[in-house]
Design a protein around this ligand. Structure first.
Ligand SMILES: Nc1nc2c(ncn2[C@@H]2O[C@H](COP(=O)(O)OP(=O)(O)OP(=O)(O)O)[C@@H](O)[C@H]2O)c(=O)[nH]1
Ligand SMILES: [Mg+2]
Length: 332
């Protein structure tokens, strides 16, 4: 071989693939992804159905080397996690979209990570997945290599955990699934979980460059973190009637900051009044907390202006949903 004709360097083979994080609403899927990535990438709240879109989070992990076969074994894995909306039956175009997003991710992934709330007496049992609203998720994860995470074990008494693990082992015996108790809140068990996911991924070249965290644009992530504040600061029903539109997003290189103009979209005038609050107090608090979260994620100062707009019944109108970033395969 001459110097002019070098053999291209071999593409390193790693384990790489997509792992859909799926489960019922509020079980801790997004908390887990944020914990793994070490960043507040996706919105988290105590209210169910916080997540509405698929969100990719890419995480590299070293793999144990087999000393007998050190040259042939990949030394690292690239896990491309996909956070998904919690699966639940419900009416309306937005609910349908959320359900389709979750089921599509579960169906397309190389592997499914089923997250269970081990502290929920009803939801933690395999029988819950046989109920009509959850059956689709049970079917979807049955057709994939599977890892089951029993989450929130920080709230579970030890004697309750062993029978629960046996029940899931039995449910997933055909797939030879790992059943792993974790706490996304404290990080307990998360390393074991990553190892179990990584070893189920196919050998392949890395799917993304090493420094990529997500495929979502900063403006999408900013909208999510502002929307998270609606879930955290507003009463029971209102967050479900609200969406965020980023109207302007200017990165000012000379000042190393970002200027964002965003709109909180609601369905009725009465909701607008609540979001604005007395003398604008509520929207101000949403703006302050949203700005802080976005600044932390982007790693630079952020200036955020928020307005509220009424778009009647947007959550049940396909055309409106598309405008607001909830279109199948759509990206904000
Ligand atoms: N105690 C405890 N709480 C947790 C744990 N993981 C998540 N939570 C809490 O559970 C609630 C729901 O968490 P999310 O991460 O938003 O749940 P999710 O499954 O993404 O919910 P949806 O997006 O609505 O489907 C939040 O209040 C979290 O703080 C955990 O390990 N322990
Ligand atoms: Mg979520």
């Amino acid at each position: 071989m001459s110097d002019d004709d070098p053999t291209p360097p071999a593409i390193p083979i790693v384990r790489a693939g997509f792992c859909a994080i799926v489960g019922l609403p509020n079980v801790g899927k997004s908390t887990l992804l944020n914990r793994i990535l070490g960043v507040r990438l996706t919105a988290v709240s105590p209210k169910p159905q916080t997540t509405r879109n698929r969100i990719l989070g890419i995480h590299p992990v070293p793999l144990p080397v087999d000393p007998a076969d050190a040259d042939a074994t990949p030394t690292r894995a690239q896990i491309c996690f996909v956070d998904t909306p919690g699966i639940q039956a419900g009416k309306g175009a937005l609910r349908r979209y959320m359900r389709d997003e979750a089921l599509a991710a579960a169906g397309e992934g190389d592997l499914a990570l089923l997250v269970i709330d081990a502290a929920d007496p009803r939801g933690r049992l395999p029988a819950r997945l046989a109920e009509p609203d959850a059956a689709a998720i049970g079917d979807a994860v049955r057709r994939r290599p599977l890892v089951v995470a029993l989450n929130k074990v920080d709230k579970v008494a030890k004697p309750d955990l062993l029978p629960l693990m046996s029940a899931w082992h039995e449910w997933a015996a055909v797939q030879d699934a790992d059943i792993i108790p974790i706490s996304a809140a404290t990080g307990d068990g998360v390393e074991a979980l990553l190892a179990a996911v990584a070893r189920r991924l196919p050998e392949s070249p890395a799917l993304f460059p090493d420094d990529v965290l997500t495929d979502r644009a900063d403006r999408f992530l900013a909208a999510e973190l502002i929307r998270e504040q609606l879930f955290l600061q507003l009463g029971k029903e209102l967050p479900y009637a609200a969406a965020i539109v980023i109207e302007s997003f200017e990165e000012r290189a000379d000042r190393n900051d970002v200027v964002i103009g965003a709109i909180v979209v609601v369905e009725r005038d009465s909701q607008k009044a609540i979001v604005v609050g007395k003398g604008g107090a509520r929207i101000k608090q949403i703006g302050i907390a949203g700005r802080q979260a976005v600044a932390e994620l982007l790693g630079c100062p952020v200036h955020l202006t928020l307005h509220v707009k009424v778009m009647p019944d947007w959550s049940d109108a396909d055309r409106r949903l598309r405008e607001l970033g909830y279109a199948p395969g759509g990206r904000s």
